[in-house]
Design a binder for this molecule. Sequence first.
Ligand SMILES: Cc1cc2nc3c(=O)[nH]c(=O)nc-3n(C[C@H](O)[C@H](O)[C@H](O)COP(=O)(O)OP(=O)(O)OC[C@H]3O[C@@H](n4cnc5c(N)ncnc54)[C@H](O)[C@@H]3O)c2cc1C
Length: 427
Amino acid sequence: MALHCGPQTWLQSYRLLSRARLPRYSPAPVRPLSEQASGKAAPSAGASETLGDHLIYTHEHLALKESLRKIIDTEINPHVDQWEAEGIFPAHHVFKVLGSAGFLGVNKPVEYGGLGLDFSYSMAVAEELGHIRCGGCPWPSGCKRTWPRPFGSEALKQEFLLPSIMGDKVACLGVSETGAGSDVSSIKTKAVRRGDDYVINGGKMWTTNGTQADWMCLLANTSEGPSHKNKSLICLPMNLPGTIKIGMWSSDTAEVFFDDVRVPCSHVIGQEGMGFTYQMLQFQEERLWAVANIMTTMEAVIQETIQYTSQRKIFSRPVLSHQAVHFRLAELSTEVELLRSLFYRAVVLFLKGNDVTKLASMAKLKGGRLAREVADSCLQFWGGMGYTSDVLVSRFYRDARLMSIGGGADEVMLGIICKYMDTLPKK
Ligand SMILES: Cc1cc2nc3c(=O)[nH]c(=O)nc-3n(C[C@H](O)[C@H](O)[C@H](O)COP(=O)(O)OP(=O)(O)OC[C@H]3O[C@@H](n4cnc5c(N)ncnc54)[C@H](O)[C@@H]3O)c2cc1C
């Protein structure tokens, strides 16, 4: 795979630079009031990239985004129609392209192949991946590559984390089961100690990348204790005897069964029994990642709808010139900007070391609901064209639905928010 000069150059110069000084988050300076009042055009939705006006992004963030955009435009988007038709995308190929250019571990330590940058850079990558013209490809590349930092032995990090960040190994996350999705604590898969090994029995459902993955970050019960303290995260190679994978129609979302699968006990990430806690911590980042990603696609769908409706004429006028249409698009754009403000606030607080579970859950809830609104309203304005499968708006209508279910359903988010508001009925 020929890589692009741009990203490579960026990565190489970044790595040289990072040896001297890692750029850390520092808020962009606020424009003086005099300048703000000078009548200069305010940045529009697309212009939120403008440096100096941006709440959290610096030159480095924008350079990173630009490099990634080039890869998306040349290596990924030209093939999306084919992958959509085939019902699967080549995970090893795509991850290698992204990993070689440094995009799979921007906030992971340099010694494990990452760039050692802060979380805001990971969000910049997630935002940019929203330009991929389907939902199936960015989700697996983002959410499933998380590792419960800073846990895990050096040997595990070398064997699983490093090659995943470099794009040499594809990972998947095995949490959900046929009988346990929203209620993670009720999973049934067991990993029982036999000598120096765990013997694993059970199964996982809805495993994204499941048929192509080289290893699974598996959540399993490792003891009989209370359900929040009896679980562990285990690095499980996917080629061990006793592992059976069944791919689902038209997607790399697999059901995986374990029949006496043996894996060394040293494959447990961090402390045994802490898996539930680690997984919940990981979800906080995954939820912000998902919001960052979907905001970009929402904006793209609105922009493409503006373009389409300004060209398409009905009753001798462009569709867009009907007030019901341009007002609705203005409403949706306003909502996206509100979500963006909440998201950046959550990211800034997270970078400062705060617990942002409540804000991240609110952003995930709002992101899922808004995506449905954007998809439904915009698709309507495309008329019959919106019903065809090759336009972004119809893919978004289909793919964005996952946002309100995967990584914690809307109702799970509401439960978390209520917990923080102290309004949940006491048991
Ligand atoms: C395309 C796709 C990819 C996925 N990838 C992965 C993966 O890689 N790894 C993985 O582990 N899992 C994955 N999942 C699973 C996903 O995380 C679960 O589907 C999700 O957590 C919901 O669980 P469930 O499907 O069992 O729904 P259930 O738990 O059965 O919930 C059904 C519905 O009940 C409602 N509900 C839930 N809780 C409450 C409540 N407290 N009050 C009121 N109503 C409630 C919600 O509307 C929810 O949608 C994936 C799912 C999909 C669809």
